[in-house]
Design a protein around this ligand. Structure first.
Ligand code: PMP
Length: 400
């Protein structure tokens, strides 16, 4: 009965790893997927995570019963506190509802389905470019996807004027997806002053902000600093949604742990919103998994564990920032044509190199370096050992 099926294309991001795995070269380098690697190129489980997992295993009072549809209560409360801040007026007024979801992607999907069902405007505006999964997630959730200008290739920076124009002409009430920090794939974020202007525009047009926070703490090394744009919007008392992921900042990629928060106008509305979120989640996957959220809740709850986490998180962020400097220096010392200062200016896990698809495919073929065809490289996959190889490859690709 499935004979008619044509083979589906690989996911453009995950497909990079499939191609990498097939390459027998001993020097091959995967800069495609956004996952942190150590200086030795190995995946990292944070010490604080290992310690909490040991405690959880040794605690015989724990069981594996289903958790509620909306997830672990502690996890939800602490996740809201992490993104909004302990003294957030929305939390104090009980105007926030938070539900545990399957990492960032699941949180976006649940939020998208909720909006498609209950919000009066079904159009969501995404930045150009954006994470490749965004349009698919929101389309399948039942929203119609439009775009707003974000990145200016000429300056390799923010197209702030274009952004203001496009959001300024969006129909009132439209949903706007905003990357909370460390924009993927460009590494280009608005300044806080620009965020303030974006906020004024969004509120004056009654647009609905939906923040995607996949990199809190990963951009600057500070959890609070990276949450500033979200907190700016919460402070004005308006409504918003936030999808949080613990994949990157706690290295819990495969545990699929995240949260969707919806900030409402009153505690009463928030509790009705939560009741409707349950109806979205129940037929989708019934209830979320227990393990990852238990790890996160334990860390967020305990001052010492939390402190240890921030130290390890800062070390990851600093290593990425160092890689930016090393790559920039390596290109400069080779005299590679072009201005590469965007490598040190951009923020977060990725550098949007400006290399085109043809140059990327040359680097893959000749240097066994793998990345997405838009020229995005994961700085977290780079080490002092592999920087010279990447710099050689970029130099050769540009000089061709
Ligand atoms: N949003 C953005 C911008 C991302 O870069 C990612 C991960 N690449 C996600 C959401 C979702 O990641 P996850 O589902 O693994 O939390």
């Amino acid at each position: 009965v499935f004979n008619h099926l044509v083979r589906a294309p690989e996911d453009p991001i995950l497909g990079v790893t499939v191609a990498y795995n097939k390459d027998p070269s001993p020097v091959k380098l995967n800069l495609g997927v956004g996952a942190y690697r150590t200086e030795e190129g190995k995946p990292l489980v944070l010490n604080v995570v290992r310690r909490v997992e040991q405690q959880l295993i040794n605690d015989v009072s724990r069981n594996k019963e289903y958790i509620p549809i909306v997830g672990l209560a502690d996890f939800n409360k602490l996740s809201a506190k992490l993104i909004f801040g302990a003294d957030s007026p929305a939390i104090q007024d009980n105007r926030v509802t938070t539900v545990q979801c399957l990492s960032g992607t699941g949180s976006l999907r649940v939020g998208g389905e909720f909006l498609a069902k209950h919000y009066h405007q079904r159009t969501i505006y995404l930045p150009t470019p954006t994470w490749g999964n965004h349009p698919k997630v929101f389309n399948l959730a039942g929203l119609s996807v439009k775009t707003y200008r974000y990145y200016a290739p000429a300056t390799r920076g923010l197209d702030f004027q274009g952004l203001l124009e496009d959001l300024g002409s969006a129909p009132s009430g439209s949903i706007v997806l905003l990357h909370a920090c460390a924009h993927n794939p460009t590494g280009v974020d608005p300044t806080l002053e620009q965020w303030e202007q974006i906020r004024l525009l969004i509120r004056s047009k009654a647009l609905l902000p939906f923040f995607d926070s996949a990199y809190q703490g990963f951009a600057s090394g500070s959890l609070d600093a990276d949450a500033q744009p979200v907190r700016l919007f919460v402070a004005d008392g308006g409504e918003l949604l936030v999808a949080q992921s613990y994949a990157k900042n706690l290295g819990l990629y495969g545990e699929r742990v995240g949260a969707l928060s919806i900030v409402c106008k009153s505690a009463d509305v928030a509790s009705r919103v939560e009741s409707q979120l349950k109806l979205v989640i129940r037929p989708m996957y019934s209830s979320p998994p227990i393990h990852g959220a238990s790890i996160v809740a334990a860390i967020l709850k305990d001052r010492d564990l939390f402190n240890d986490w921030t130290i390890e998180l800062k070390a990851m962020a600093d290593r990425i920032i160092n890689m930016r400097q090393e790559l920039f220096d390596a290109l400069r010392s080779r005299g590679t044509p072009g201005d590469w200062s965007h490598i040190i200016k951009q923020i977060g896990m990725f550098t949007f190199t400006g290399l085109n698809a043809e140059q990327v495919s040359f680097m893959t073929k000749e240097y066994h370096i793998y990345m997405t065809s838009d020229g995005r490289i994961s700085m977290a996959g780079l080490s002092s050992k592999t920087v010279p190889l990447l710099a050689d490859a970029i130099h050769a690709a540009v000089a061709r």
